[in-house]
Design a protein around this ligand. Structure first.
Ligand code: FES
Length: 217
């Protein structure tokens, strides 16, 4: 496979031709905040707007999950404009998300905690007015719990269920602020065509999907 050489934060790295900057960075130990990207998804959703980077020669920051590596490219993941965009995106996200780490099963493995620490953003940010969705928690599935109030609409669970597994039990419904991940006809997940494999839980970067019992316990 052909490779290209590029520089990320002053470090020379190589990546496969056609690869996205996000994976080139992560593969080389350089962290870029991300919630919605999956390495086997050919067409990134780019919905979380957290993976901003600055690329020499480009007027505006670009999202690393959609930007293809190029020979000689110079990338800065810590540029002030990229960080400002990522911080704003995170704060907007937190403004409509239940932040209750003390009582959340995902605490400690939640990507929101990691990203907030990286970007020096308080999880209980006050910059934007908090508007919560107050949706019912779905405990109908024997394997996992779905709390839509902690969902960041990254779409990882939808993609994994539909594209990787071919099940399609989950999808998006509604628009704007009402947009959410749900089942066909909005039926409880326990009554949907979900086989309970738990791959969606593994893909979830927050506490929106959590196992009732930890796998292997
Ligand atoms: S990881 Fe790039 S926009 Fe979400």
């Amino acid at each position: 496979m052909k490779t290209v050489s590029l520089t990320i934060n002053g470090k020379e790295v190589t990546a496969s031709k056609g690869e996205k900057v996000l994976w080139a960075a992560l593969d080389n130990g350089i962290y870029i905040p991300n919630l919605c990207a999956l390495s086997d998804a050919l067409h990134p959703a780019a919905s979380c707007r957290l993976c901003w980077v600055e690329v020499e020669g480009k007027k505006q920051p670009v999202t690393a999950c959609t930007e293809t590596v190029e020979q000689g490219m110079v990338v800065n993941t810590r540029g002030p404009r990229a960080l400002r965009l990522a911080r704003t995106a995170l704060e907007l996200l937190l403004a409509s998300n239940v932040v209750d780490c003390a009582h959340c099963l995902a605490s400690g493995s939640c990507e929101l905690q990691k990203i907030a620490a990286y970007l020096s953003v308080k999880l209980k940010t006050k910059r934007f007015r908090k508007i919560l969705r107050n949706l019912p928690v779905d405990v109908s599935n024997p394997v996992f719990i779905y709390d839509p109030n902690k969902c960041v609409l990254c779409g990882r669970c939808v993609w994994v269920c539909r594209e990787r597994l071919g099940t399609g039990a989950l999808g998006f419904a509604h628009r704007g602020f009402d947009r959410r991940v749900t089942t066909f006809g909005d039926e409880p997940i326990g009554e949907a065509r979900c086989g309970g494999c738990g791959e969606c839980v593994i893909a979830c970067p927050t506490g929106a999907l959590t196992f009732k019992d930890k796998p292997g316990s």
